[in-house]
Structures are given as structure tokens and as C-alpha cells.
Design a protein around this ligand. Structure first.
Ligand SMILES: NC(=O)c1ccc[n+]([C@@H]2O[C@H](COP(=O)([O-])OP(=O)(O)OC[C@H]3O[C@@H](n4cnc5c(N)ncnc54)[C@H](O)[C@@H]3O)[C@@H](O)[C@H]2O)c1
Length: 270
């Protein structure tokens, strides 16, 4: 079902790797809702991924950009305005990566070069994107910027490793930059704290299959899917949520406010 909620709106979508990606589903939904956008991803992901198929399907252009490179970001924002024919109304930052997780380093045995790399990709890149957009005066008034996060920023999920710290930093950037962008341009900035979702980034976390089942049982509504997350992104990009800013918004079927569910309790009965 579509409502033309994003008719006339232009955006940049980071992070569509394959059809499981949250960014991929969001791009499809934005297209259905009448929005236009540029797709971007790291040059390496461009070679591995299937982003070209998504671009064809949605009539979009692709501009490669490493989200940690100011040069790439400056080029991306400038070219996006040219391609889309005007300033930007929405940005999706759907990027995450931990080298320590990839290499199997325990949280208590981090390689700090890896830690810094993961922090740059997963969190600082969000600041870099917004700083670049602000310097180029690329956002329209009442624009909306969204990044994706996980509840490990607030509570310990041991195997989430240093991504937990990256997500805390990401959420803090959303609050701080949201203040300044609000004052300067009435641009809103939020993070969506999404349920565990079967994607390339998600399944890189140790014990993910067991964990996703646990989360399903601990959420009154069950885990939110990538498509449901895309729907939530649409609502935040639309004019229906103009006064929501500087928030971390849980999109998790109720997991974050649940202490225990009956079905989990029953697993412990004799
Ligand atoms: N999957 C989950 O369980 C889950 C839950 C909560 C939040 N999230 C968050 O959702 C976001 C999207 O992840 P996903 O689950 O769709 O997985 P995904 O693997 O499909 O997407 C991650 C994307 O980050 C991109 N990326 C990595 N390094 C980059 C760089 N240097 N520059 C630009 N892009 C880069 C990858 O190419 C990829 O497209 C991430 O922030 C992730 O942490 C995921």
C-alpha cells in the first residue's frame, strides 16, 4: 500500500548491500511513496553487492562513497543535488561494521586500530555526513535524517562487542547534531533502534541465530522485520513527524520495555 507520503522529496540512501539490507527495503518503500534518491555505498560493497539492480528498479543513480572519507562525502552531496535537481529532504544512514567482530576479537581483547576503524565507519561517519550536508547547505528546511542503531547502546549484549560502544556514540551524535541542525535549518535527526534482523551486518554477530529467536520470544509483537523498519523510516521522512527530533526511537516489537514474557518463563518451569 502506498500513500504518496514522499511525493516531491529527494534523498540520499546509504547502505543498501543486498535485498536483505534495511536500506534496500527502505529504498524500495521510498520509491513506492513517490520519493527520489541517490543510492550510495562503499566502493568495495559496490563490487560485491547487487546495488545496480536496486538502482534500475527504482530509477536511481549510484554514487560510490566511503562514508569515512570527507572527500567522498563532499562529492556525494554535491552530485546528489545536481542529479536530483535540488536540495535534499531526507538521508538514511544505514551503515555498521566492526573489525573486532569480524576478526573474532573478544571485547576484553580489542585491537584498538580495529576499534577506531569500526567507530569511524559506524558512528563518526554519521557526524561526517551531517557536517558535510550542513557546510554545503544541502538540506531543505524540515528535512529528516535517520540512522540505525541497536539496544546494545543501553544494555549489555556481550557478543555485540565494540559495536555497542559505536552505537552509543552514534545515538549521542544524533542528539547533539539534532540540536544544532534544528536551530540552523529545522532539520530533524533521529536514530531508530531496530530489532535483530537477518542481514549481512546482523548475522556477523556471534550467536545471532539463537539471539534472534530469543528476541522474538521476548517481544510482545515479535521482532520487527526489515520491511517494517523501512515503513518506520518512511514515516520519519514524511511531513507527518515534523516535530520528532533528537530521539532514539525503539522499533522492536516491545522488546525494550519487556522484563520477561510468559513463553520465556515457561522454558524455566520444571
Ligand atoms: N541487522 C540487525 O540485526 C540490525 C539491528 C539493529 C540495527 N542495525 C543497523 O542497521 C544498519 C544497516 O545494517 P543491515 O542490518 O541492513 O546490514 P547490511 O550489511 O545490509 O548493511 C550495512 C551496510 O554498511 C555498509 N558500509 C560498511 N562500511 C561502509 C563504509 N565505510 N562506507 C559506506 N558504507 C559502508 C555496507 O556496505 C552495508 O551496505 C547498521 O547500522 C546496523 O548496525 C542492524
Amino acid at each position: 500500500m502506498s500513500y504518496n507520503l514522499l511525493k516531491g522529496k529527494r534523498g540520499i540512501i546509504f547502505g543498501a548491500l543486498d535485498e536483505n539490507s534495511i536500506a534496500w527495503k527502505t529504498a524500495e518503500r521510498v520509491h513506492q511513496e513517490g520519493g527520489t534518491f541517490v543510492l550510495t555505498n562503499a566502493p568495495i560493497a559496490m563490487r560485491m553487492g547487487q546495488i545496480k539492480a536496486l538502482a534500475e528498479k527504482t530509477g536511481s543513480e549510484i554514487i560510490p562513497a566511503d562514508a569515512t572519507s570527507m572527500e567522498d562525502l563532499e562529492n556525494l552531496v554535491l552530485k546528489s543535488m545536481e542529479i536530483l535537481g535540488g536540495k535534499i529532504d531526507f538521508v538514511l544512514h544505514s551503515i555498521g561494521m566492526s573489525v573486532n567482530v569480524r576478526k573474532g576479537n573478544h571485547y576484553t581483547n580489542e585491537n584498538y586500530d580495529y576499534t577506531m576503524k569500526g567507530l569511524d565507519v559506524s558512528a563518526l561517519s554519521f557526524h561526517k555526513v551531517m557536517q558535510t550536508a550542513m557546510k554545503q547547505d544541502a538540506m531543505n528546511d524540515w528535512g529528516s535524517i535517520v540512522a540505525l542503531t541497536y539496544i546494545a547502546a543501553q544494555r549489555v549484549f556481550p557478543d555485540y562487542n565494540d559495536m555497542a560502544d559505536n552505537k552509543s556514540y552514534l545515538e549521542s551524535i544524533a542528539r547533539s547534531f539534532g540540536y544544532h541542525y534544528g536551530i540552523a535549518k529545522k532539520v530533524r535527526v533521529n536514530t531508530i533502534s531496530q530489532s535483530p534482523t537477518m542481514t549481512t551486518a546482523g548475522s556477523g554477530v556471534k550467536g545471532f541465530n539463537e539471539f534472534i529467536n530469543y528476541s522474538e520470544e521476548m517481544s510482545p509483537l515479535g521482532n520487527a522485520s526489515a520491511l517494517a523498519c523501512a515503513d518506520y523510516c518512511i514515516s520519519l521522512f514524511s511531513d507527518l513527524t515534523k516535530y520528532v527530533t533528537m530521539q532514539n526511537l525503539f522499533h522492536d516489537g516491545g522488546f525494550s520495555n519487556t522484563g520477561v514474557t510468559q513463553s520465556v518463563i515457561e522454558k524455566f518451569s520444571d
